[in-house]
Design a binder for this molecule. Sequence first.
Ligand SMILES: NC(=O)c1ccc[n+]([C@@H]2O[C@H](COP(=O)([O-])OP(=O)(O)OC[C@H]3O[C@@H](n4cnc5c(N)ncnc54)[C@H](O)[C@@H]3O)[C@@H](O)[C@H]2O)c1
Length: 437
Amino acid sequence: MAMIAHKCKDHTVTVVDINQARIDAWNSDTLPVYEPGLDEIVQGARGTNLFFSTDVDTAIREAEMIFLSVNTPTKTYGVGAGRAADLRYIEKCARKIAEVAEDDKIVVEKSTLPVRTAESVKRILESNSNGRQFQILSNPEFLAEGTAMADLEAPDRVLIGGDQTPEGKAAIQKLVDVYATWVPRERVLTTNLWSSELSKLTANAFLAQRISSINAISALCEATGANVDEVAHAIGTDSRIGPKFLKSSVGFGGSCFQKDILNLVYLCEHFGLPEVAAYWNSVIEMNDYQKHRFCRRVISSMFNTVSDKKIAVLGFAFKKDTNDTRESAAIYICKDLLEEQANIAIYDPKVEVAQIQRDLEIDADNKYVTYCESAMEATKDAHAILVLTEWDEFKALDYKKIYEQMQLPAFLFDGRNILDLEALAEIGFEASGIGKG
Ligand SMILES: NC(=O)c1ccc[n+]([C@@H]2O[C@H](COP(=O)([O-])OP(=O)(O)OC[C@H]3O[C@@H](n4cnc5c(N)ncnc54)[C@H](O)[C@@H]3O)[C@@H](O)[C@H]2O)c1
């Protein structure tokens, strides 16, 4: 929304949220989301044509177009628990619009949703329409956290789905016009509603599948003496495969991949396609396997016990350049280590201590976990270093100095394959990466 406000000066964008603390943060100098380039864009437009407010009703009344961007987490209760998307927030928004809107609205699904959600939104709105016309569009978001601003500035494509009626097509055109302010017209794709909704789930499933595929091969590399980076490079030069998303790691995280695949699996089962469901579910199973496999390797390398040993965890965010920790592999690995009674010292340049405590479900005075201001502090007297996020600063650390302040043998496990293992071995580290036999 900030990018739309930045690019379309003649449109007014009002972001509303029921969470007062979040809105306060959006109106402050410390935004609730860390994202390179976001501060400048928000500060440039805020107060001019970009506003943040908790006054949901007024914003609905005044808007011509309403983007539903609320959370759609995996359901934790009732039918479909653990797999289906929880659509209660979306439904509440639809009911709110039906209650307050005074004239016609275009309602845009920006959240990632199961196929045919637009039908439910439409029914809720139409059964309370009182003569007002509602058009529903699907406009899924393909940005990646960490590179969100660049992705929004120059997207590979923008996808807009809508009804193929004259009114539906007119609504699609209105949204096309917004994006066409800065996105080349040929990159704005228009489809029917169901194709658009399904394309988002499918895109995330394909991306996650590539990571699980290369991670599966990483286990075989370790068993055979092959090097997964070399294999990834060799296959990635095939133009049919392409080089992106072939980086082996401790496993994918983030708020979307797992949730969206679970959602896809649930949909397949719902539509009587168990084989298709099982196929996509294996992408998640492989990711879980990779996270726990990493931890098992750490423990077995360290003489089968990490109890009372100090383990430095470098990186807690699910990827670099974000403070988002949702589904971060670091959460699972730290929990496994805590079960083994290790002492863990965590350093992440952007993640707040309170967030780590929420993620690990521990109190502030938990004696097994310490929070550090630097990698140097975290690694002091440590038995092992685990690199769990690919922050650039971890590539540039003075590993010789770090080695000198660690317990020996000094183990280093590069869960992101960003370090030069040979150089680390020369310093004296027992260094290993992922998929390096
Ligand atoms: N985070 C991403 O990179 C990303 C990328 C693409 C798509 N998506 C999708 O976008 C959606 C939102 O993701 P997110 O990461 O921003 O989630 P989030 O949980 O960070 O934010 C959702 C916000 O919606 C607010 N909200 C909930 N109910 C509301 C209501 N009735 N009225 C007003 N506000 C309400 C919440 O208070 C919260 O601040 C999800 O469907 C997600 O799958 C996210």
